[in-house]
Write a protein that binds this ligand. Structure first.
Ligand code: LHQ
Length: 263
């Protein structure tokens, strides 16, 4: 199906979503939200997809909400932003974070407002050395959304999360890497190739095991050590029943490369 605001392809088991409104720094309007949601729902049930890569065209990654949709109209009642969050941003973040397959984000340029927090909702965040991150919300009187008040303190701790959110200062991708907010940076001309290579690699790995790893790591934020130990036991029980576990052990013993099928 052709899309107007994104590009979508599947390359060797890796789905690739490319935000494609470069003249607006890929900010989200209603139509783009709908297209991304639509694709994410398809990916969720497509067993051929074993990894997702999210990136964008042009010099920016995503400047958050398209503010031209939010122009103040003195004759109309104020827009209820909570409704927009409920309809668009929360489902988007829930869809991304509940995908079983690994989600890589390749941040090719500036990521501002919800754009920054959409990136942080992904499992592995890579960025161009020319990229930057801005919690821009405070500059227009808003609160960080798209999960940023949850992901950011977890990633970089309270003091940095608070200062970034209150000041709206731009931080470079290299700073974000040093702080542990993202995984790695690459020169701009290498980012996409490296991200795709990683996505295709993950698409050849034990997909059930990776899904269970995601569940374990995500659950750790709510669990005590005791609960987490129980969860690890239960997840390992499931992982041990996968065909890929058998294949992994067999390949090790036979000193050959494993051929994981994702089952
Ligand atoms: C844009 C945008 C944009 C439209 C650049 N919209 N056109 C959730 C729920 C409900 C409501 C509200 O919000 C949210 C979540 C949010 O995301 S709130 C935060 C919204 N985002 C921002 O406040 C960031 C606004 N953008 C910027 O501060 C700058 O554009 C950054 C720092 C991202 C980049 O600066 P520059 O590199 O200097 O680029 P630029 O400002 O010149 O932008 C390039 C073009 O993109 C320009 O259009 P033009 O026609 O003049 O070339 C901008 O108007 C357009 N653009 N962001 N969010």
């Amino acid at each position: 199906m052709p899309y107007q605001n994104i590009e979508f392809s599947i390359i060797q088991g890796a789905a690739v979503i490319t935000l494609n409104r470069p003249d607006k720094l890929n900010s989200f309007n209603q139509a783009m939200h709908k297209e991304v949601r639509d694709v994410l729902k398809k990916i969720r049930i497509d067993t051929k997809v074993r990894c997702l890569l999210i990136t964008a065209n042009g010099r920016g990654f995503c400047a958050g909400q398209d503010l031209s949709e939010r122009k103040f109209n003195p004759d109309a009642p104020p827009i209820n932003l909570g409704e927009s969050i409920e309809k668009n941003y929360n489902p988007l973040i829930r869809l991304i974070s509940s995908l079983k397959v690994p989600v890589i984000c390749a941040v090719n340029g500036v990521a501002a407002g919800a754009g920054a927090n959409i990136a942080l909702a992904c499992d592995i965040v890579l960025a161009s050395t020319q990229a930057s991150f801005i919690q821009a919300f405070c500059k227009i009187g808003l609160v960080p959304d798209s999960g940023g008040t949850w992901t950011l303190p977890q990633a970089i701790g309270m003091p940095r999360a608070m200062a970034l959110s209150l000041l709206g200062e731009r931080i470079s991708a290299e700073q974000a890497e040093q702080w542990g907010m993202i995984w790695k940076t690459y020169p701009p001309n290498e980012l996409y190739d490296e991200a795709l290579k990683m996505a295709i690699h993950l698409a050849t790995q034990p997909t059930i095991g990776l899904a269970l790893i995601k569940k374990a790591i995500q659950s750790s934020t709510q669990n005590s050590l005791d609960q987490q130990l129980d969860l690890e036991r239960d997840l390992q029980t499931l992982a041990g029943q996968s065909e890929d576990y058998r294949e992994g052990v067999a390949a090790f013993i036979e000193k050959r490369q494993p051929n994981f099928t994702g089952k």
